[in-house]
Design a protein around this ligand. Structure first.
Ligand code: IPM
Ligand code: MG
Length: 357
């Protein structure tokens, strides 16, 4: 089983080192090959997603990805910015289905900014369409002179676009996922304003008819943002487009106390996948050894489950993470009084130790 390891920028290298440690401790026949991506690749090769990195990713059974980005690249032309690496991987590998679970660990109920009773036992799954929408719409966004409201000045546009097949396939993914859970899908859009959203909703209704055992509800995105903090446990599977999914998944992750805990999977139609923590590269804390590696470690577990067919190994990792939380070990982002603050590598070591136990 070949895994492409792409640590990226900022805390990416630190958290990836811990995930690799954990994978090695499993004693599985895993072949791991590392490559540069994002700002790190730009520095070395002049491009955030070099051919060699893309080819490695495509040839692997799965990709484990850290994080990319740093404010210092904000002035680069857009196609050279670190974020283009992850967008390029999604596009070129056809990773259209993004799974972002938001699970509240019992031991971390106190770490959330919401009242414990709102989030205790929370387990929702956001399914974000990942290769369409305003992120990839043609004509490509650009800046132009305007003849609009303020003629003679400058304007910019991006194109929000969805085709029926793109919506159909993500709808199937959502309904099938719901079947394995609590059989409820909330489809989130903005059909009161946007034509793309009206098509989204219509297709969701149509595909939903093939899944009569799954309840389908529709919610406007602004309301969904509100309901997520008002009554998050009413959600089971939330399916939405690329842009809304980007925003709502960050919001949902924070319900659980720390974005540092949440893994994600991005899959294509061949079940090839890219696995990454839901958080970013956090340049402000990079190099300090304080980042939480658990989201990346849990992403490795998702990778074993979805792309490598190693359910038992995935469960071992998840159990080990539960154990270290139970032991009271916490990185700074989830620390609270009465628990033990540990560094990034101490957390990784603790997971490895718990695996052995
Ligand atoms: C995410 C990130 C990316 C996105 C960025 C880094 C391009 O925010 O994975 O949610 O917007 O999709
Ligand atoms: Mg995001």
């Amino acid at each position: 089983m070949k895994i492409a390891i792409l640590p990226g920028d900022g805390i990416g290298t630190e958290i990836m080192a811990e995930a690799v440690k954990v994978l090695k401790a499993l004693n599985l026949p895993l072949e791991m090959e590392t490559a540069l991506v994002g700002g790190a690749a730009y520095e070395a090769h002049g491009h955030p997603l070099p051919e060699s990195t893309l080819n490695l990713a495509k040839s692997a059974d799965a990709v484990l990805f850290g994080a990319v980005g740093d404010w210092k690249y904000d002035k680069l032309e857009r196609h050279l910015r670190p974020e283009q690496a992850i967008l390029g991987l999604r596009k070129h590998m056809g990773l259209f289905a993004n799974f972002r679970p938001a699970i509240c660990y019992e031991q971390l109920v106190g770490a959330s900014s919401l009242k414990p009773e709102l989030i205790a036992g929370l387990d929702i799954l956001i399914i974000r369409e990942l290769t369409g929408d305003i992120y990839f719409g043609t004509p490509r966004g650009r800046r132009t002179a305007t003849d609009g409201l303020f003629p003679g000045t400058e304007e910019a546009f991006d194109t929000m676009r969805y085709s029926r097949p793109e919506i159909e396939r993500i709808a199937h993914v959502a309904f099938q996922a719901a079947r394995k859970r609590n059989k409820k899908v909330t489809s989130v859009d903005k059909n009161n304003v946007l034509e793309t959203s009206q098509l989204w909703k219509d297709v969701m209704v149509e595909i939903g008819q093939q899944y009569p055992d799954v309840e389908l509800e529709h919610m406007l995105v602004d309301n969904a943002a509100m309901q997520l903090v008002k009554a998050p446990k009413k959600f089971d599977v939330l399916v939405t487009g690329n842009m809304f999914g980007d925003i709502l998944s960050d919001e949902a992750s924070m319900l659980t106390g720390s974005i540092g805990m949440l893994p994600s999977a991005s899959l294509n139609s061949k079940n090839q996948g890219l696995y990454e923590p839901s958080h970013g590269s956090a340049p402000d804390i990079a190099g300090k050894g304080i980042a939480n590696p658990l989201a990346t470690i849990l992403s490795a577990a998702m990778m074993l489950r979805f792309s490598l067919n190693q359910e038992a190994a995935a469960q071992r990792i998840e159990a080990a993470v539960q154990t270290v939380l139970q032991q009271g070990l916490r990185t700074a982002d989830i620390y609270s009084e009465g628990t033990t603050k540990v560094s990034t590598s101490q957390m990784g070591d603790a997971v490895v130790k718990a695996l052995a136990a």
